[in-house]
Design a protein around this ligand. Structure first.
Ligand code: ZN
Length: 244
């Protein structure tokens, strides 16, 4: 018996995941007649974390829908900002350390481990802590255990940051989180942190903060200019959007 044929089209933002023959509008797909639409979309290369809606001529369908012969299905991208079922908290895979530090700089809860704990452990942590897994690894994003996930589109940290901020619109609270460990910062008096300061630092600065987890000390100084620029750019573009 001939396998059923359906027609499928992908939104432009999903073209990066599919073969070139599927980037120019409708294309035909043979299905096995029993697999779900979600399975089919994934088999064509698109993580379901990136799919905002699936539509047939009769209206929206879920990923559990089993396509019928001749059906025409539009695969739409995720709307921005994307709504989450809980607070915008993240977990980043081992390749996204720079992005993790930049998110923390903006006060966004961004868990990251510099050693590769493996895909199953990452997915389990996403589920246990209700964190959005950020990754450029499609295989990781296919894992069913994920609480939520998002593909990071760019290689460049500056673009990665804009991608995550525009997608999830997390509230921004710059300079409230430790960039080294993701702990929260508290204000600290100079006398409390004196032991950890070099002479020049003690003389020059009065505003300090200390991580409540790893006790690292932060101060506002001239060497922050690059970080200041990152914060200023993010607040200028996304501060309004990210307000709780
Ligand atoms: Zn810390």
């Amino acid at each position: 018996m001939e396998k059923p044929e359906i027609w499928i089209e992908f939104a432009a933002e999903l073209h990066v995941f599919v073969g070139t023959s599927r980037r120019a509008g409708w294309s035909a797909v043979r299905t096995d007649g029993t697999s779900t639409l979600g399975h089919l979309v994934e088999s064509l290369g698109v993580p379901l974390t990136e799919v905002g809606a699936l539509r047939t001529a009769d209206g929206p369908v879920s990923a559990a829908h089993v396509p019928v012969p001749g059906e025409r299905i539009s695969v739409l991208g995720m709307p921005r900002p994307q709504q989450l079922a809980g607070p915008a908290r993240f977990l980043l895979d081992v390749h996204l350390g720079t992005l993790a530090r930049r998110l923390r700089l903006l006060g966004i809860d961004a868990a990251y481990e510099s050693v590769d704990i493996g895909d199953p452990a990452l997915a389990a942590r996403s589920a246990a802590e209700q964190r959005v897994l950020l990754s450029r690894d499609r295989g990781l994003l296919h894992r069913r255990e994920l609480w939520a996930g998002a593909y990071v589109y760019s290689h460049r940290p500056a673009d990665q940051l804009r991608d995550v901020l525009s997608r999830f619109a997390p509230p921004l609270a710059p300079w409230t989180r430790c960039t080294a460990c993701n702990g929260t910062l508290r204000d600290a008096a100079k006398a409390e942190v004196r032991e950890q300061l070099r002479d020049g630092t003690e003389r020059s600065y009065d505003v300090f903060a200390q991580c409540t987890d790893c006790e690292r000390v932060y101060w506002r100084g001239a060497h922050h200019s690059q970080l200041d620029a990152i914060v200023a750019a993010a607040v200028a573009e996304f501060g309004e959007l990210g307000r709780p």
